[in-house]
Write a protein that binds this ligand. Structure first.
Ligand code: SAM
Ligand code: SF4
Length: 326
């Protein structure tokens, strides 16, 4: 079965947030004080998350990304991944992590059936990394990346949120990570989810990031089918890895968006920024399978054509990205 929204987009990708808790407090994602601690009853149990996933797969989803908060801080994530990976019809189970716990968990996650990892890393300087993440230890993430490779994962995608005056001086250092190793480094435009008053000064358009790299290296475009996702991809001539540019602000990719999101408290979102969200909890808790399918279907049908972050204040309501999963 295929889920097609009213604009003809085939929806096949679910980002499933398993927790809103995190062992970091990245300045672009969460307020310094963290997020309100939810009562355990508010958070979907693994059994409920599994039912959401199973229904979504039955409706046509074939790729699920586990995210958070930090998915690896939720106890039982390896066992949950293992169960999910066996879901008939699910082609790809992947996970996004800040990498802090990967040194210990990469091998069990690989055995559980996670196919690929995206790892968030915004600085290669210990001091800047600690400042952006409000206390994170860079070396643990670097060890985590090595552990992932040793466990047999394909070279991860490394996601860098670029912020003017904070880490944009490291653009070329990140690009150089791809010279000898087959990482894909993806530069992400900083999004105003916390409604910082000066966000536009911090967000650098992808085209400018590209220009800065092109001044130093010859870039060859990679056709989009080679690496799926919203990024525009390039390779530095002769490099082992690739570079991607994700431009939700300056050149949003809503026209080809194929994803829906479900948060750890059971809210389904058709778009990170625009449109209504629907609560899956009543259907989950009453055990009404038909209603669960209907709500999932509605979130696809009502998926907005796109967001208008650049022009529209309403699309800029504040939220912690950790609550939805990025
Ligand atoms: N904790 C995991 C991690 O950091 O990879 C998964 C959850 S995190 C919310 C998912 C992604 O959202 C990360 O790559 C993060 O960099 C990105 N993100 C969070 N806030 C953002 C913002 N304001 N602008 C751009 N990307 C953001
Ligand atoms: Fe945590 Fe990821 Fe948000 Fe950083 S980006 S605070 S690691 S959820």
């Amino acid at each position: 079965m295929d889920m097609i929204d009213r604009y003809g987009r085939r929806i096949r990708y679910l980002r499933l947030s398993v927790t809103d808790r995190c062992n970091l407090r990245c300045r672009y994602c969460m307020p310094a004080e963290g997020v309100r601690k939810r009562h355990q009853r508010e958070i979907l149990s693994y059994e409920e998350l599994y039912r959401v996933a199973a229904e979504a797969v039955d409706l046509g989803i074939d790729k699920i990304r586990l995210t958070g908060g930090e998915p690896l801080v939720r106890k039982g994530i390896v066992e949950f991944s293992e169960k999910l990976a066996r879901l008939p019809g699910l082609k790809e189970l992947v996970l996004t992590t800040n990498g802090l716990l990967l040194a210990e968990m990469a091998a069990p996650l690989r055995r559980a059936g996670i196919k690929r990892l995206n790892i968030s890393l915004d600085s290669l300087k210990p001091g800047t990394f600690a400042s952006i993440t409000r206390g994170g230890e860079l070396q643990r993430v670097l060890d985590g990346i090595e552990a992932a490779m040793a466990a047999g994962f394909p070279p991860p995608k490394i996601n860098m949120v670029v912020m003017a005056g904070i880490n944009d001086d490291e653009l070329l250092d990140f690009a150089r990570l791809t010279l000898d190793r087959a990482f894909t480094v993806r530069f992400i435009e900083y999004m105003p989810n916390l409604q910082e008053p000066d966000w536009e000064k911090q967000s650098i358009p992808g085209s400018e990031l590209l220009d800065r790299i092109v001044r130093e290296y010859r870039l060859l475009p990679i056709v989009s089918s080679e690496t799926a996702g919203p990024a525009r991809n390039y390779r530095i001539a002769g490099a082992a890895g690739a570079l991607g540019f994700i431009t939700p602000i300056s050149g949003h990719f809503c026209g080809s968006c194929n994803r829906i999101r479900v948060s750890s408290v059971g809210m389904a979102h058709g778009c990170l920024f625009a449109g209504a969200s629907l609560d899956l909890k009543p259907a989950l808790r009453s055990g009404d399978r038909g209603e669960l399918r209907r709500v999932l279907h509605d979130i696809v049908t009502d998926k907005p054509v796109g967001h208008t972050l650049q022009q529209d204040e309403d699309d800029r309501r504040a939220f912690a990205m950790s609550g939805i999963g990025g």
